[in-house]
Write a protein that binds this ligand. Structure first.
Ligand code: NAD
Length: 298
């Protein structure tokens, strides 16, 4: 079992850190939120007062933070971990950030002799709780293999997409596709509902037909079709609209730079941006279902 620092204990990081503690690792935890910290402490982790305290004596540093600037500040800021980490430690950043930021943080750490991989995840809060996440890594083969000691206790798949930054590219490709599937599934369910169909029955039909996809299988966006998903809990918990909007912005930036055509990604980015502008940024991303309510029923 390993000594691990875990920084960022939100919807995803909280259950991931708890799974590490449950598996017998010694987890030093830190989050700016006292509530988040207390929950992870109750599950067996040691609560720390700062990231610097958390990384003392550990072999692995795992972070699960919202966006580029949080990751840059934790590792490279004035109080950044780059000033205290050593070549004995491996940094595993599981946040979804731009590949540029991952490469920049990786280079700065590497110059100080510290090993780094980006390891964004797929599987949502359900996967984080169940320990069934997919890790999509960027880094050397040696560092990705080394990370398996902790990743295997939080997920069931560990992929290496390429060098540092490649994990982030693969992750935004996946999330762009997910947003298209979520919007498409929401549209289909709203169309059926508006024409008198029971969304539960329609969901079962589409699940056994060619429209089958992950959102229908485990994350139905229509309230009360499926138990234990955000749509049946007033769209609380899960993956926030603002985080999906951030990921779709990253996908568009990446598409512009590489000349890739992503018309559906551009459309879903605008839909999520508009939904956030209407005050739904902190709801789960499946709440886009409500953006598509038929006009006559609004
Ligand atoms: P969240 O907002 O629930 O959690 C982020 C946590 O980071 C918060 O508890 C916050 O207090 C903490 N934090 C922010 N700045 C910090 C700092 N400087 N030091 C320590 N803690 C700090 O977000 P989340 O849903 O857990 O998402 C985290 C990352 O995972 C994001 O990059 C997101 O895109 C990605 N992600 C989320 C999901 C999902 O379903 N929620 C799925 C896959 C990937």
């Amino acid at each position: 079992m390993a000594n691990v620092a875990f920084i960022g204990l939100g919807n995803m990081g909280g259950p991931m850190a708890m799974n590490l503690a449950k598996a017998g690792h010694n987890v030093n935890a830190f989050d700016l939120s006292k509530d988040a910290l207390a929950q992870v402490e109750a599950a067996g982790a040691r609560a720390c007062a700062s990231p610097r305290e958390a990384v003392e004596g550990v072999e692995f540093v795992v972070s699960m933070l919202p966006a580029d600037h949080h990751v840059e500040s934790v590792y490279l800021g004035d109080e950044g971990l780059v000033h205290v980490l050593t070549d004995k430690q491996l940094v595993i950043d599981c946040s979804t950030i731009s590949s540029e930021a991952a490469i920049y943080v990786g280079e700065q750490l590497q110059q100080a002799g510290i090993a780094f991989i980006d390891a964004p995840v797929s599987g949502g809060v359900g996967g984080a709780k169940a320990g069934t996440l997919t890790f999509i890594c960027g880094g050397t083969e040696g560092n990705v293999d080394r990370a398996r000691t902790v990743l295997n206790d939080m997920g069931k798949n560990v992929f290496r997409a390429g060098d540092v930054g490649a994990g982030q590219i693969a992750k935004i490709c996946n999330n762009m596709l997910l947003s298209v599937l979520m919007v498409g599934t929401s549209e289909a369910l709203q169309l059926g509902k508006a024409n008198g169909l029971d969304p539960k029955v329609l969901s079962e039909i589409m699940l056994q037909s060619s429209g089958r996809n992950w959102t229908l299988e485990v994350y139905n966006p229509c309230p009360d079709v499926m138990e234990g998903v955000p749509s049946s809990n007033d769209y609380q918990g899960g993956f926030m609209v603002d985080l999906m909007s951030k990921d779709l912005g990253l996908a568009q930036q990446t598409a512009l730079k590489s000349g890739a055509a992503t018309p559906m990604g551009a459309l879903t980015r605008n839909l999520y941006h508009g939904w956030s502008q209407q005050g739904h940024g902190r709801q789960d991303f499946s709440s886009i279902f409500n953006y598509l309510t038929p006009i006559s029923k609004k």
